[in-house]
Design a protein around this ligand. Structure first.
Ligand code: S3P
Length: 175
């Protein structure tokens, strides 16, 4: 098994970089949000609205249990929803899925991106983007760090530069 697990805040570029890496290396790509949306037949927004955040978090944990306990995805790159590592029980599961990379972006960069792209992200509803990013990021930064095997800083870098770092990590990873 050889999987790269990309974690990080909404808007950090996990999916963008993961997809480029998968194309260049001809390895499979999975996005946990997309997997959940497909399995449920409804969008993340609708899941939050109809069933609540706790239910969405249960679906995330169930998906992680499935991924960690099966070989249906033996190699490739997996982009995690930004809140997945918050549940304590998920952290060991995430680590058991593969080599964990924290795609790190500053609060300023995240705010700039998310101001333009908050639609479809229920965690950014109902208060200002800046406040939400500051609060959630301060709660999550330590958690992302705690489970990461590698940290890739993205501020000031082009996608191809981040992907080059991911390639090096993938090549040297063993799980
Ligand atoms: C969330 C991040 C989203 C998605 C859901 C909740 C979060 O994924 O899982 O809206 O709690 O940070 P992205 O990080 O891919 O936007």
């Amino acid at each position: 098994m050889k999987r790269l697990i990309l974690e990080g805040f909404m808007g950090c570029g996990k999916s963008t970089c993961g997809k480029v890496l998968s194309k260049e290396f001809l390895i499979p790509f999975a996005d946990t949000d997309k997997e959940i949306e497909e399995a449920e037949g409804r969008s993340i927004n609708t899941i939050f609205e109809e069933s609540g955040e706790e239910h969405f978090r249960d679906l995330e944990t169930a998906l992680l249990l499935d991924l960690s306990g099966s070989d249906r995805f033996p190699k490739g790159v997996i982009s995690l929803g930004g809140g997945m590592p918050v549940r304590e029980e998920n952290r060991a599961l995430i680590r058991s899925c593969g080599t964990v990379v924290y795609i790190r972006a500053s609060a300023e960069l995240l705010k700039e991106r998310l101001r333009k792209r908050s639609a479809g992200r229920p965690m950014l509803k109902d208060s200002s983007i800046d406040e939400r990013v500051d609060r959630l990021l301060s709660e999550r930064e330590g958690i992302y760090m705690e489970i990461a095997d590698h940290i890739v800083e993205t501020d000031g870098k082009e996608v191809y530069q981040v992907v080059n770092e991911l390639k090096r990590i993938y090549n040297s990873s063993v799980r």
